[in-house]
Design a protein around this ligand. Sequence first.
Ligand SMILES: Cc1ncc(COP(=O)(O)O)c(C=O)c1O
Length: 279
Amino acid sequence: MKYIFNEQIIDHEKALIHVSDLTLLRAYGVFDFFRLVNLQPLFFNDHLDRFFNSAQSLRLKCPLDRDKLKSMILELISTNQIQNSGIRIILTGGESHSGYSIGKPTLIVINEPINPLPKSHFSKGVKLICYEYLRDIPEVKTINYLMGIYKMPEIQAKGALDLLYHWNSKISELTRSNFFIVDQDDKIITPGNGILKGVNRKHVLHIAKTKYEVEERDLFMKELVNAKEAFITGTTKKVMPVFQIDDLIIGNGKPGPVTIELQTMFEKYVVEFLGSVQI
Ligand SMILES: Cc1ncc(COP(=O)(O)O)c(C=O)c1O
């Protein structure tokens, strides 16, 4: 299997970062991740935009410009030919002499297989656990997932999929997905600030607006009790129903009609999107 390493495509065993890289020493770095559908990148431009925005926010200069990175990723995909895989673009903090200053970033692009999530997650939904936490620089896709990984044993012991982060009584997002509720009037509400703006969130909101009223605004913890439905979005989660949050059963504990409709609309939208997009 091949990876991109700075300006080259190399064997994956040779993609090694230096021990003094700021990503290793201080968890300073950014990444982005998208999936391939029949070897075609899904929402490629959105992910490249977000990657370069994240890099700029953390003052990391990518060794390749956008066009070059894009063409090398396409070359990587056609070289590897891995069906059901994803692309992870990582930009490290670079070798740091002081251990605290930004160095010359290393670019690594990994083409990795994606293990499909259990079908029941999509058909029956998932459980979440509330946790009071605020991600660092939430609008940037940094490589720091410390809390999500640290809490994994607790999450699994409770039979949950993930944490639902909240701070100052406002809900933000999950460790790796965005969060939505459907209120009693079938209005779709999702937090608008203090989150990573998911690419799938953007496209699901676009679809949702064609049929429902949508609000991007502060969403308070106390609003959960009035939610008829809840769902999450993300690259591998697509549109996934939520049937329970802590001890609160959402709706009747089964995926609701709005969520099910958005799942169907999203599947169709993805096919049409890939058919119409100019790479
Ligand atoms: C913190 C966080 N929020 C939301 C998302 C969902 O983003 P996307 O739809 O682009 O996968 C992710 C993706 O990994 C994430 O890490």
